[in-house]
Design a protein around this ligand. Structure first.
Ligand code: GLY
Ligand code: MN
Ligand code: MN
Length: 532
């Protein structure tokens, strides 16, 4: 009897495991985006797509961590946004118009990772065709190994896609199938994309290569070198020439890089459901910053502080961090994306902590800079106050209609005026040495999210993150050396003002000092030593 019971339980367990379901569904988070949300986003995309076009979205590849162990998989934000699918080995095709075949009408095809019980026993559950149909609401779903042979002629469509050619990995086969089916060469497309979006990587040499390899065949111009658009570009291979080329090309031949334009437009404005998740992600990240303020001691290490963040994030149900945490004491704060976090004692230094959780895909991005011993020095306080004032001034601009570029201009103006007054620089063009990054970016499924950089619009979520970094050896009084301060908050843009979402940890220097003096839940924790 007992044996039978155990067998029954085991059978039940195996059935649940291989059907992709957990024994206790009620123990899973219930606040994921709904399949209706994702379907709605595909409809919105279709509305933007031109006639006779298809958007092709690929999963990110797996990445090797160590020999036969991969990094924890992070889904492609675009594929997730438009489908809810979180696995690799997948390609989604969204058509503008209804298509027809022997099985009926369809306007999207989804090729997903095949189920495989023996692999799932090792690497986790997969939704498979049936799961994608029932849980994500797709109707035409196939295994991804059917994509190459699937009878659809992509050459018939104007194609929009998100291939990142230098990130092929296990996606290489699907990329190649796509190239064969469509005639699109992703490497060339990316070049062209860079060109027309006036991407920073565009150099005069790239422009020439792009003209020869991509534009000429694309325009099917026999004597393309006589084409006035290209002639102009050849003679002005710089941003002026590019701007003229882009305008002329769009006028004559239509858009090239519409995928990024469309996804900027859609993903840049957050829906109600997305704002809900962003609020949670940012709130719990703010709480983590506050707990780290209570916990910090000069004897702690950078990675120990990182661990406190991770604990609080996970306690609130965040799956991950939105980017590798930056916890830099003293001079390390001057390294903008410092992620070694290996200093064993932070001592009496300032610690710059740029750490944000990822909750159901949505990332927070918060920086606080705090004194490990609980007291800012006079010099640290002066720099801190300057960064704080810059941030306050930028918040005032965060409302609908203000050009995105004005935010950084304001931050630069306030920071430069302050540094000039302190005698650290003499004129504004020296500011870049101490403030080498921008003030704001979109925030969402990517920490540096998609979104347009024109006028601010209601329900955009952006960061405001001025900073001052004064490395040792800088041409100013030594008393400023190794002071690095960034204050970063996340705001949602409203019609007349913004709402700051990251106020669960203080920004003001005196409130920070007060919180550091408070007790921490970690004070009681005593772990054994490693000595034998
Ligand atoms: N954490 C990266 C950034 O602030 O942009
Ligand atoms: Mn940021
Ligand atoms: Mn940040």
């Amino acid at each position: 009897m007992k044996k039978y019971y155990v067998h029954l339980l085991l059978t039940l367990f195996m059935t649940c495991l291989f059907s992709g379901r957990s024994l206790s569904q009620s123990n899973l988070p219930q606040d994921y985006l709904s399949k209706e949300f994702h379907a709605g986003r595909r409809e919105a995309l279709r509305k933007l797509m031109p006639a006779n076009s298809a958007t092709v979205l690929f999963a990110y590849p797996l990445e090797v961590f160590s020999k036969d162990i991969n990094y924890a998989y992070h889904p492609s934000p675009d594929l997730y946004y438009f489908s809810g699918y979180k696995e690799t080995s997948a390609v989604l095709v969204v058509f503008k118009e209804m298509q027809h075949d022997a099985d009926g009408d369809y306007n999207e095809l989804f090729f997903v990772q095949q189920r495989n019980p023996s692999e799932e026993q090792w690497t986790g559950r997969r939704l498979g065709i049936e799961g994608v149909k029932s849980q994500l609401g797709f109707k035409r779903v196939y295994n991804s190994n059917e994509f190459a042979k699937f009878p659809i002629d992509l050459k018939k469509f104007k194609l929009l896609h998100d291939i990142i050619p230098n990130k092929a990995g296990n996606m290489d086969g699907l990329y190649r199938a796509f190239t064969e089916k469509s005639g699109v060469n992703p490497v060339d497309e990316e070049l062209l994309n860079d060109l027309v979006t006036i991407n920073a990587r565009v150099t005069p040499r790239n422009i020439t290569v792009a003209i020869d390899r991509v534009i000429a065949p694309k325009l099917a111009l026999e004597a393309y070198k006589n084409n006035s658009l290209i002639q102009d570009l050849y003679s002005h291979p710089d941003s002026t020439g590019l701007a003229a080329f882009k305008a002329g090309y769009q006028a004559q031949y239509g858009g090239i890089s519409d995928f990024n334009l469309f996804t900027d437009e859609l993903r840049g404005i957050k829906t109600k459901e997305e704002l809900e998740l962003l609020r949670k992600s940012i709130k719990l990240s703010g709480i983590a910053h506050a707990e780290v303020m209570r916990a910090i001691k000069p004897a702690m290490s950078e990675s120990e502080l990182e661990g406190v963040f991770a604990y609080v994030h996970k306690k609130y149900g965040a799956e991950d961090e939105g980017y590798p945490p930056i916890v830099g004491a003293g001079a390390n704060g001057c390294i903008l994306h410092y992620i070694e976090n290996n200093v064993t004692t932070v001592n009496n230094q300032l610690v710059l902590m740029d750490v944000g959780a990822e909750y159901h895909g949505y990332s927070a991005d918060i920086t606080r800079t705090i004194p490990a011993n609980g007291k800012f020095t006079e010099e640290q306080k002066v720099i801190y106050q300057l960064v704080y004032e810059a941030q306050e001034e930028v918040f005032k601009l965060c409302k609908e209609g203000v050009p995105f570029g004005d935010l950084n201009k304001k931050a630069q103006a306030v920071l430069a005026a302050g540094l000039i007054k302190l005698g650290i620089i003499k004129q504004i063009d020296e500011l870049r040495a101490y403030y080498p990054h921008g003030c704001s970016h979109h925030l969402g499924l990517d920490v540096h999210d998609k979104g347009s950089y024109g006028p601010l619009m209601e329900n955009m979520v952006i960061t405001v993150e001025p900073g001052i970094y004064i490395p040792e050896g800088s041409p100013c009084d030594k008393k400023w050396w190794n002071i690095a301060v960034r204050i970063e908050d996340d705001v949602v843009i409203g019609k007349d003002k913004c709402t700051i979402l990251s106020l669960d940890s203080p920004r003001k220097w005196d409130e920070i000092e007060k919180l550091i003096s408070e007790k921490s839940f970690l004070d009681a924790v005593k772990l054994p030593g490693l000595d034998r």
